[in-house]
Structures are given as C-alpha cells and as structure tokens.
Design a protein around this ligand. Structure first.
Ligand code: 5GP
Length: 114
C-alpha cells in the first residue's frame, strides 16, 4: 500500500490545509501557492485515478461532480466564471499524481493567457 497523497492527508486532517468545500465524493482546498486571486483544487476523495484521462475513462460521473464543485467554488469565491486546468504528466507540470483540477478565478483582463 503506497503512502496517502498530500491531498488525502489534508482531507484526513493529518496536515493543515484550507478545505473550502466537502461535497460527497469530492472536496476542494485552496492551493498553497496561488497563481490567481482565486486558486483552488478540486479533488476526488479516491486516489484511484492519477490524472483526468484515467478518471474520464473510469468514472465520468465523478469527473462531472468535479466540474459541479468547481462551479460552486466560482459562485462562492468569484463571479461564477472560472478556468479549469488539469495537468497530465510530469512534463505537463503535474506534480501530485492524485487527479485534481485547478480552479482559477478573478483573473485580471491582462492575464487571460498563461
Ligand atoms: P499539479 O502541479 O500536480 O497540477 O498541482 C499540484 C498543486 O498542489 C500545486 O499547485 C501546489 O501548489 C499544490 N500543493 C502542493 N502541496 C500542497 C499542500 O501541502 N497544500 C496545498 N493546499 N496545496 C499544495
């Protein structure tokens, strides 16, 4: 059995983290190194899927729950608009191999790219 991911450890209260939403099979935390005024991570509670490719193939309903949670976060912490990013693989900047979506919001007009 491998070690729990950093996200599972936050969910379990083993290390600190700001949980913004706990919604059934998914939860949302604030990113520790924000790249936008709103930067949250939507995470399935299961560690079964390492990236969105595996998740979409294995449980598309859970992927839909992640999108719904992202929208709730954007409604509560931005104006309802949001950017959703999945990094898939180390060469695409993925560093935690427990699938998660970055939710960015309140972006400034001059920072719509990058
Ligand atoms: P990735 O690069 O895998 O797509 O994204 C991982 C994200 O997790 C990064 O944006 C990073 O800042 C965030 N992160 C890593 N460790 C922690 C932590 O201990 N707490 C929180 N809240 N976020 C973390």
């Amino acid at each position: 059995m491998s070690e729990p991911s950093i996200f599972t450890r936050i969910l379990n209260g083993d290390i600190p983290g700001e949980i913004l939403l706990d919604a059934g099979r998914v939860f949302v935390i604030r990113d520790i190194n924000p790249q936008a005024p709103l930067h949250a991570l939507v995470i399935p509670k299961t560690e079964e899927y390492r990236d969105v490719t595996e998740l979409a193939a294995g449980d598309p309903g859970l992927l839909a729950e992640m999108v719904a949670a992202a929208k709730r976060i954007a409604d509560d912490h931005a104006n309802g608009e949001y950017r959703l990013i999945f990094n898939n693989g180390a060469s695409a900047a993925q560093s935690v191999f427990h699938v998660h979506a970055h939710v960015l919001g309140n972006l400034e007009e001059n920072k719509l790219v990058g």
